[in-house]
Structures are given as C-alpha cells and as structure tokens.
Design a protein around this ligand. Structure first.
Ligand SMILES: [Zn+2]
Length: 243
C-alpha cells in the first residue's frame, strides 16, 4: 500500500489513474491547480468543487482513496482573490495545496500569508510548492514567511525539495517533500536524501498530472527504499494529513 501526496488528477485520464492504482498506490492527495490564469475568483471555487465531487468519484472508480487539497496556487491567482480566501475561511477542508511562491512577488506573498493564517486558525495541513527557477531564494522567502507566522512544523510539507534547497528545508523542521519526476529528483536521489536526513520527516510524491507523465514514481522509489518505504511512502503522508 502506497500513498502519493502530490497528484493532479484533473490532468489525468481514468486509464492513467488505473495505472497509478496498479503500481500499488491506494491513496492520494489531489491538489488544486488551474492550468490557465483564472479570469474570475469563482473559477477556483468551482475547481475546488470539481476536486471534491467529480475527481473523488473518478478515483473511487479505480479504487483509489482520494483526499482533495484546495487553495490558490501562485500561478493561478485570480482578480479579487479575497473572494476565494473568504470561501476557504468559511468552509472545512482536508488540506491546502498547492500553495506557495513562484516568483515571490508582493501579491504572491499576500496570498500565501493569508492562506497560511487561515490554515493556522483551522488547523489545516498545507502542501507548499517551491519553484523550479530561483529555487533557493524563493525557498528562503517561503520559510521566512512561515517563521514570521510561527507556523506549526507538523502542518506544512515543503515540496519539490532539490539539492539546491535541501539544507534549508531539512533544518527548518517542516516535512520534506521529495518529488520524483522527470526534471525534478530521480528515485535514486530521493532515496539518497531519505538515507541522509532520516525517514521521519520525508514524504515521497510524484506530482503526476498536468505537466508530468511519469505515474509510478512513488512505487519505483518504494522498491529501492525497502523497509523504510512503509513510513516515507505511506505512513508519513497520512500522518501529515491526519487521515
Ligand atoms: Zn503540483
């Protein structure tokens, strides 16, 4: 039994979800992302409904238990985003994600801060993105915001860890998200990091969906990890989500 904490099922067909299930993944967290910049805040609110209703149903058709994560991705900030924040504040959620900084602009920082504040008051775990470009600097800024808000360690996973920001994330005390995907870590590198920093705070995921084609990277990493896989590829993500 494996759990993939970072998947975008909206970018996957049913046959791909079936393939993911066949690789051994029985549970996933499907994260909110809208592939074009929304023109209206309501676009995201409907996208959250799609995750919670339709995507959950499609996953159950292939016997995958899906937990939806909602929130404003830094590349999907709509005009009047306060409307989305009010919606997030007024309802109950399993998790927020993915949220975070992409370029680190003022508006991105405002959106992130406000979502993190809601997460603190409502005790919601957050999957936090780090970008491909300018990774170290943006990771530093992200950690600075988390520190400034005294964000609880157990409530955030800092995702897409690479060798460029590993030291920052591993000493931060937050969960360490290891995305095994083309253009990110390969399975051997993820295993190396788990062995180096210990299995207690590491979570392996695939980020499969919209931009990525490798579906079974959690399974592949679990095979190399051996007995540590139980924690890193199943127990830790569930513990983080509280499910
Ligand atoms: Zn993602």
């Amino acid at each position: 039994m494996l759990f993939d904490l970072h998947v975008h099922t909206e970018g996957m067909g049913l046959l791909e979800l079936k393939k993911l299930r066949e690789s051994g993944v029985t549970g996933i967290c499907s994260l909110s992302f809208y592939p074009i910049k929304p023109l209206f805040p309501q676009t995201l609110i409907d996208e959250f409904r799609r995750l919670e209703e339709f995507e959950k149903l499609r996953c159950s058709m292939v016997e995958i238990e899906m937990f939806p994560a909602v929130g404003i991705h830094p590349r999907c900030i709509p005009p009047d985003y306060e409307t989305v924040l009010e919606h997030l504040e007024a309802n109950d959620w399993v998790a927020f994600g993915e949220i975070g900084l992409e370029t680190g602009s003022e508006i991105e920082q405002d959106v992130l801060r406000k979502q993190l504040k809601i997460a603190i008051t409502k005790d919601i775990p957050c999957v936090i993105h780090t970008p491909g470009g300018n990774k170290r600097k943006i990771t530093e800024k992200t950690l600075e915001i988390l520190k400034e808000l005294e964000f609880p360690n157990e409530l955030a996973v800092i995702d897409h860890t690479s060798f460029e920001n590993l030291d920052l994330i591993s000493k931060s005390g937050f969960w360490v998200g290891l995305t095994v995907q083309r253009g990110k870590l390969n399975s051997g590198e993820a295993v190396k990091i788990v062995r180096e920093i210990g299995e207690d705070r590491c979570i392996v995921n695939s980020d499969a969906g919209f931009g990525h084609t490798m579906l079974d990277t959690v399974a592949e990493t679990a095979r190399i990890l051996g007995k540590e896989a139980k924690k890193v590829c199943y127990e830790n993500p569930r513990k983080f989500l509280g499910v």
